[in-house]
Design a binder for this molecule. Sequence first.
Ligand code: ADP
Ligand code: ZN
Length: 737
Amino acid sequence: MHDKTPQNAPGFYDHGQLVAVLTTQPLDRFLDYKAPEGGCHLGAFVEVPLGPRKVLGVVWGPGQGDYDRSKIRSVIRVLDIAPMRQEMQIFLEKCGSYTMTPLHAMLRLATRAPGLGDAPSMRKVYRRGAGEPPRMTDARRRVIAAAEELGGLSLTLNELAEAAGVTASVVKGLLPSGAILEDASPRDTGFPLLDPDHGGKELTPDQSAGALALAEGQQRQSYETVLLKGVTGSGKTEVYLEAVAEALRQGRQALVLLPEIALSAEFLTRLEARFGAKPAEWHSGVTMTERRRVFKMVAQGQAQVVVGARSALFLPFMNLGLIVVDEEHDTSYKQEDGVLYNARDMAVLRASILGAQVVLASATPSLESWANAESGKYKRVELKSRYGVAVLPQMRTIDMRPEKLKSDRWISTVLQAAVRDRMAKGEQALLFLNRRGYAPVTLCRACGQQIACDHCDARLVEHRFQKRLVCHQCGESKPIPTVCPHCEAEDRLAPVGPGVERLAEEVQALFPEARVAVLSSDLFGTARELKDQILKIAQGAADIIIGTQLVAKGHNFPNLTLVGVIDADLGLQGSDLRAAERTFQLMRQVAGRAGRAEKPGVALLQTYQPEHPVIRGILAGDEEAFWTAEADERRMAQMPPFGRLAGIILSGEDLGQVFELGNALARNDGPLRQVGAQVLGPAPAPIARVRGRHRVRLLVKAPRQVALQPALRDWLHPVRLTADLRLAVDIDPQSFF
Ligand code: ADP
Ligand code: ZN
C-alpha cells in the first residue's frame, strides 16, 4: 500500500546500505544498521537489535559510517506501517529542540500505540449467540449480559472478559453451547468516509462571514493561524466545523483538539450529525487496539478527522490540512510531566512546517494568542453575539463583607434567595467552587496544627465521601484520624473551609427538598460514568449542581439559569503571573454555563474584594479593555508574551545538594548574560517538597527576541547530575509550581 516509491528513488536504501536509526531508547545518538533484504525507505518503522533486545526505531537518514562496518548489524524487519513522513521528522526535531527534549523521547511521544509491529492479521472477536449454557453461573450471566449490552458488536476475548469482570476462561467456557460466538475480524480497518455536505446548519450572517474566512484560508493550503473568538454559545464550533468540511473537500485531514475527555461524547455525536459518521478518537480513554487502528489509519489517510487530546498532535497524519485547538486557553494543553510541551504552540509549529491552517477557538483567549492577533501575527475571526435568542448572562457581584455568615456557612442570603427563586420556576442552579473534597484544611483545635502530607509541602484535604485525607500533590491518602498526630489530643480535629462535598451539606440543609448533584472529577471512577452523569443532569436529573472547574468546560445545561460563584477571590490569591488571566477566564467560562437556551441567565459572584480590578474587569463586559490592561502590565514587566521565561526545576533528596547545584548554576550564568538573559533564584519552588524530594527553582528571564534555547544549552552543558539529583527545563512555564 505504501511501497509505491520506486526502489531507487532518493529516500530508499538498498539491501546492505548503511542507515541511521533513531530508537525510543534513551541514547543521545543515532545507531547505524544495514538495510534489510528488500531495502527500506527513509522514515521506515523498523525493528533493530540492540544488545540482546529488539527495539522499535525509525530510519532517520543515511548511516554515519564512523563505526567498524563488519560489526554493524542488520535491521531485523520493516514494520507494516506507512513510513514516517519527512515533515514529521522535522516536526519532532524542531519540537524537541524548542522544548529541549532529546529526540528519542520525542519519538516515544510519536509512537504511543502498542503493537505497531504486529502483522496485519485477523483477530478473534466475541459476541452474543442464540445458545444458552447448560449450567448458568453468576460469572457466565455477567458475560452474557455484557455481550447483550453490546448488541451486535464484537469485543476481543480480554475486552469482553474485562467488561464482564471475569477471567477469559469463563468466556471461552460459553463457546460450546453457542451462548457466545467467536468470529475472525480484520484487526485494523479504515474509518467510515465523512461527508462534508451531510448536515450543515444554516449560519447567521456573522457566522457565515467567519466560516467563509476560514474556508478561504483552507483553500489556500498554506500556513496560517486564526484566532476564532466568540462568547460561549456564539457558534464557534459550527463555524470551525465549516473549516473541517472544507479540509475534507480539499482531500485533507483535520485534527480537532479538545481539552477534556468528558467533552468528547457529546462532541462526537455532534460531528456525526454534521458529517454522517463518527470520526476517529484519540485520548487516554481509548482502548489499546483502537489506538493502534487510529495510528495506522491516520498514516494511510483512512481516518479523515481525529478528535483528540493534546497527544493526538503527534499522530502520523498523511495529509493534515487543519488543526483546531478548541478552548485554546485551557491549561490542560500544557503537559506538565515528561516532555513539557504546550500542544497549542506545537500545533502552530506543526502547521507551519506542513503548510496547514490552525484555528484557535476560545471565548476567553490566552493573553499570548490575543497579543498575537493584536500584532497581526494571527488572523482574527470574531463572533459577537450568542446564537438565537440566547443572551449572555448578567453578571453581578455579591459583596460578602456585610454578610454575617456562620463559620461553616458559605452561601450568602442573596444567593440563597436566587437559588430558591430558580427552584420555584423549575430551573437549574449551579454553585461553583473550585475545590475538590470536603475541606481543604484539617486543624487540631487543641494545638492549632494543621495536618500535612508526610512527603510533600502540602496540607491534606479531607474527602469525606471516601472517608480519607488526601494529598492533592502526590495522591497519598490515609483514613481520617480521630487523634491529632501532633499533640495526640482526641476528637479535637476540625475541618476548616469548604470543598464541594461540604458545600453540598450546606445546600442540602438549606434546600432539603432539592435534588443535589456534585460534579467533581474524583467522585467518578471513569470518564464514562462522568459523561453519563452530566447527560442526566442536562436532562433535568438535578435542581442544584455543585461543581468544580470540571463544569466550566463546554457542557450544555439548557435549563440552567443561575450560576453562583462561591468564592470569586480564590484564584486571585497567590503570586502566579497568570492569576488574573486565569480568574478572568474561569469566571467568564463558568458564567457562560447559564442561559444557553431560551431562558436568560444570571451569574452572581461572591467576593470580599468587589473593587479588585480583575473582578471589575469580569463584570464590565468590556473584555478588550481587560486584555489591554493586562497586556500593558506584562509589557512593562517584560513578562510573557512580551518577554521569555524558562523554568529550571532541580530536585533531590538532599536539600543542601539541590541548593548547591542551584547556586552553582546561578553563579556560572555567563552564557545567559551574553544574550541578555538573567537568572532569578535559586529559591524553594512554591511546592518545595513532593514525594519526599526537595524542589528548588531557577527562573530564566529574557527579552523576547533572544534565542533562549541555545543559550540554555550552553549554560546547562557542564552540569553533571550526581546521585539522585534531577533537572527539568520548562520552556514557557504555565504554572509556577
Ligand atoms: P460555541 O462553540 O461558541 O460555544 P456552539 O457552536 O456550541 O457555540 O453553539 C451553541 C449552540 O447553538 C449549539 O447547540 C449549536 O448547535 C447552536 N447553534 C449555533 N449556531 C447555529 C446555527 N446557525 N443554527 C442552528 N443552531 C446553531
Ligand atoms: Zn503528598
